[in-house]
Design a protein around this ligand. Structure first.
Ligand SMILES: Cc1ncc(C[n+]2csc(CCOP(=O)(O)OP(=O)(O)O)c2C)c(N)n1
Ligand SMILES: [Mg+2]
Length: 322
């Protein structure tokens, strides 16, 4: 019982951390202190959290331009991430990457990736390494509906099947690639159906339902870990904010956004489910809300006060040293 409760609270803490991180960046971005573009993951938290729950630090993930949620779910340090987004020297990548290039190999985070369709080839490389070295390592690629149309993604799915790699392709269908609806741009009945065409076992799940994603991810990751080859999951959940911060969102209505917050909020859906059960109370979850808020407050404060890299820092990290 105790461990069930702890697992639920851990999942909620992770999802809430992502939400609070993103909501706060939405506000802080207006001050002009954050250099570069930011793409917020709010609305899709259940997907990254439910998938990464089944992964170890030694497993790898590849992410997208919308990578904050994947990074937090994989265990990256929140203070280091915030400092990175502010371009500061103590950031996870020494302030040289920013929002779209957060990486942390110690946590198995291969990197956010500004190239749409950029991560699947990297991720199958990590999966091939695990297979050749005979570890039980798994690699997971997070891609959007837009990235599902890229040739790099097709080639990666094919190679994963041909080489029977320990990889899972997570397609986060949030309805849009920038301002283009996936109804228009994805030429198949579903992304899962398309993945099946490549020979992958594939399912479509409700990405606002943590438990649905968790169950599908458990099966797919177990399949990969036990040498039974690759899988794909299409998880459907809309983003709450624009494509990037500053997007006027002329392609969707105000009603769509209001309705999303009311009926498509994975945190509310999670809370309703667990509060109706025996183990977790509203007070437990409210307490996590408070704790997470203070973690994010202090991450923002520390990031704002930290130093920028110096000119000399420009000359380091240029080449890999082995
Ligand atoms: C190869 C490439 N083409 C185009 C772009 C411009 N671009 C950045 S994000 C994006 C949309 C991606 O949509 P999707 O994969 O659905 O991810 P989402 O933004 O919805 O999370 C596009 C076209 C890019 N960064 N890289
Ligand atoms: Mg999309």
């Amino acid at each position: 019982m105790g461990s069930d409760k702890n697992k639920l609270l851990d999942a909620y803490r992770r999802m809430k951390s992502i939400r609070e991180f993103e909501e706060r960046i939405h506000v802080e971005n207006t001050t002009g202190e954050i250099p570069g573009f930011v793409h917020l993951y709010a609305g899709q938290e259940a997907i990254a959290t439910a998938v990464c729950k089944h992964l170890k630090d030694s497993d790898y993930i590849g992410s997208t331009h919308r990578g904050h949620g994947h990074s937090i779910a994989k265990g990256c340090d929140i203070n280091g991430m915030m400092a990175e987004i502010y371009g500061k020297k103590n950031g996870l990548c020494a302030g040289k990457g920013g929002s779209m290039h957060i990486a942390d190999f110690e946590k198995g985070m291969l990197g956010a990736n500004a190239i749409v369709g950029g991560n699947p080839p990297l991720v199958i490389g990590a999966a091939l390494t695990a297979k050749v070295q005979g570890t039980d390592g798994v690699a997971v690629s997070f891609s959007g509906d837009g990235a599902s149309n890229q040739g790099t993604t097709f080639e990666s799915m094919n190679m994963a099947v041909v080489l029977q790699l320990p990889v899972v392709f997570i397609f986060e269908n949030n309805g849009y690639g920038e301002g283009t609806g996936c109804d228009y741009a994805v030429g198949a009945e579903s992304i899962a159906q398309r993945a099946e065409g490549f020979g992958l076992p594939a399912v479509q799940v409700d990405g606002t339902d943590f438990f649905a994603v968790e169950a599908a991810a458990k099966e797919a990751i177990n399949r990969a870990r036990t040498g039974q080859g690759p899988s794909a999951i299409e998880a459907v959940a809309m983003r709450f904010y624009g494509h990037f911060e500053g997007d006027p969102q002329a392609y969707r209505s105000a009603e769509e956004l209001t309705q999303l917050r009311e009926t498509g909020d994975c945190l509310k859906i999670f809370r309703d489910k667990v509060e109706a059960g025996k183990h977790v109370t509203k007070a437990d979850l409210d307490q996590i809300d408070q704790e997470v808020k203070s973690v994010i407050d202090s991450a923002v404060k520390a990031a704002r006060e930290a130093d920028f890299p110096t000119k000399d820092d420009l000359l380091t990290d240029v080449y890999v040293s082995y």
